[in-house]
Design a protein around this ligand. Structure first.
Ligand SMILES: Cc1ncc(C[n+]2csc(CCOP(=O)(O)OP(=O)(O)O)c2C)c(N)n1
Ligand SMILES: [Mg+2]
Length: 357
């Protein structure tokens, strides 16, 4: 049986990724992790199914010319959903371009989530509404936002943690290291969740990292580190939840895989083979939780069909909302860059006005 109490925290990650469910959905007997309650497990499954359908819909919208670009997180649903459902109401999420499913799981309106990728306007959502920072495309910049936020919240005496999502490639950026260092020194309640999906576009992990694992990088900064199976939603939920409650920083590396190409603009066949993708399809995170719930009697055909129908309805609403032409106002490009426009921006705005006239 899984434990009911979390073990003491150490700086060193485990040799093997922690897990609660094996790839066939059978439970791991001697896991040090706390198995989430049945209601949580059932909800994790529902959100993963809806999230996956949303992701497929967004990919389809790129093919129809409705979205300029979409970075799919298919295969990474256990991270996207497990981490977000582990958040407490008051916590903040600092996501990347890869994490649209995390946003909709947090409750951000799906059409607002896709506004930026549609090229319609700036950020389409209000960060304060669901406590979700902007989806960052410049790698690792969100890690500094998260630490700064967590540190500020602590100074204000608030019980708020920050969860920052990063890719494996982002761990090679200086920003990640500065953020880990500050988080360690300030004991800022920041959870760094690295979704190691094997690649930074076409660059594999072997060309990116010489450490035993990415999680090991926390040690040098005095940040407790955890290695987890990123396709096991129960385990991701458990480790993120524990880290959010720990009161200081944690670095979590979740081992997962990006099933689709980097974005619709990328041809993944040029740098990885079909057998590798097939081996990860065999470790599908949705299938895994479905097998477990079915064996436990928590998921039957009627429930499966109801969840699938809900996902279809969700996708249909996204389609309907995005099947309208956007009419951007070019002058608005210069808004919201700085609180007060710089001289450079004012000059560029004037030049554009003149050209359009
Ligand atoms: C500072 C910076 N440098 C380079 C890029 C170009 N770039 C966009 S995505 C990407 C790969 C990132 O890989 P990873 O962090 O593993 O995230 P994933 O896309 O796999 O989710 C790169 C190099 C960027 N967006 N920002
Ligand atoms: Mg990656």
């Amino acid at each position: 049986m899984a434990r009911t109490r979390a073990p003491e925290r150490t700086l060193l990650p485990s040799d093997e990724p922690l897990s609660l469910l094996r790839k066939d959905g059978t439970p791991v007997e001697d896991s040090p992790l706390v198995m989430p309650g049945d209601d949580v497990l059932v909800e994790l499954h529902r959100r993963m199914v809806v999230g996956r359908r949303f992701d497929a819909q967004a990919t389809a919208l790129t093919k129809q010319g409705r979205l300029a670009v979409y970075p799919s997180s298919r295969g990474q649903e256990a991270c996207e959903v497990g981490a977000v459902l582990a958040l407490r109401e008051q916590d903040w999420l600092f996501p990347t371009y890869r994490d649209s499913v995390a946003l909709v799981t947090r409750g951000v309106d799906p059409a607002e989530t896709l506004t930026l990728l549609q090229g319609g306007w700036h950020l389409g959502y209000d960060p304060y509404a669901h406590r979700v920072g902007p989806q960052c495309t410049p790698l690792a910049t969100n890690s500094l936002h998260a630490v700064g936020f967590a540190h500020a919240a602590r100074l204000k005496g608030e019980d708020t943690a920050a969860l920052v999502l990063l890719g494996d490639g982002a761990t090679s950026e200086g920003d990640t290291h500065e953020a880990l260092n500050f988080a360690g020194v300030w004991r800022a309640p920041t959870v760094f969740l690295v979704q190691n999906n094997g690649y930074a576009i076409s660059v594999p992990m072997s060309k990116q990292n010489a450490a035993p694992s990415l999680a090991h990088k926390g040690i040098g900064y005095g940040v407790p580190s955890v290695l987890v199976d990123g396709n096991d939603v129960a385990a991701v939920y458990a480790v993120v939840r524990e880290a959010l409650h720990a009161g200081g920083p944690t670095l979590i590396e979740a081992i997962t895989y990006r099933i689709e190409a980097h974005t619709n603009a990328d041809d993944a066949n040029r740098y990885r083979d079909a057998a590798e993708v097939a081996s990860w399809l065999d470790r599908d995170p949705v299938d895994r939780i479905e097998s477990y719930l079915t064996a436990r009697g928590l998921l039957d055909n009627a429930r499966r069909e109801a969840v699938a129908a809900e996902a279809e309805e969700f996708a249909a609403r996204v389609r309907a909302r995005l099947n309208t032409d956007v009419e951007p106002t070019p002058a608005e490009l210069f808004e919201h860059v700085y609180a007060a426009k710089t001289a450079n921006l004012r000059a560029q705005a004037a030049a554009l006005r003149e050209e359009l006239a």
